[in-house]
Ligand binder design. Structure first.
Ligand SMILES: NC(=O)C1=CN([C@@H]2O[C@H](COP(=O)(O)OP(=O)(O)OC[C@H]3O[C@@H](n4cnc5c(N)ncnc54)[C@H](O)[C@@H]3O)[C@@H](O)[C@H]2O)[C@H](O)CC1
Length: 159
């Protein structure tokens, strides 16, 4: 989990210069995808760590209010693993969620990432090679000791 968090931080600093975006609001949910909450005011960027791959169905309260606020914001949103309220496989069905500016997929992109066209990083550099082979994950190479790899222009069928 710490390595996943490091990946997210590294991906954000690649795209959002810390001098221009010094304050980030981290929106966290009840599962492993997050664990914190704060105010929307006085921030430059929002990190959406509300729901990850165990999200299903329609958003239950009190999270519905948070998703509505995120739908209305003009601030850039960086989603962790899954844009919250998106169907994990089908994406933003019935426009229930928002479209983030950037997505940091962890371990491997989930099917919903096929419906995302913004800046896309892969993080979570902790998959043992034998598991990668067993599940035919076909993960891209991480440069040097980087914790993230930019997969914005990677063809969907290769992920
Ligand atoms: N397991 C791994 O290999 C790794 C996972 N990582 C991160 O963990 C999340 C998945 O975590 P998990 O706890 O399984 O699920 P969520 O974070 O999605 O939280 C589930 C949480 O949400 C509630 N919930 C589900 N549906 C709804 C709904 N419709 N409305 C309201 N609330 C809902 C549910 O009850 C639970 O409380 C994964 O995506 C990664 O971000 C890391 O990558 C490390 C490796």
């Amino acid at each position: 989990m710490e390595l996943a968090g490091l990946s997210v931080a590294q991906a954000i600093t690649r795209v959002y210069d810390n001098s221009k975006y010094p304050r980030a609001l981290i929106c966290c949910g009840p599962g492993n995808n997050g664990g914190d909450d704060s105010s929307f005011n006085d921030n430059d960027l929002i990190v959406d760590a509300i729901f990850g791959f165990s999200f299903s169905g329609e958003v239950r309260q009190p999270f519905g209010q948070v998703i509505q606020r995120l739908k209305g914001t003009n601030l850039p949103i960086v989603s962790v693993d899954i844009p919250s309220a998106w169907d994990v496989e089908k994406g933003n069905i019935d426009n229930r969620g928002f479209t983030p500016s950037m997505l940091v997929s962890l371990t491997a992109p989930k099917l919903c990432a096929k419906h995302f066209n913004g800046k896309h990083f892969l993080g979570g550099r902790f998959v043992p090679p034998e598991l990668e082979r067993k599940y035919e994950l076909n993960l891209p190479s991480y440069p040097g000791s980087d914790q993230v790899v930019d997969i914005t222009n990677a063809p969907n069928e290769k992920l």
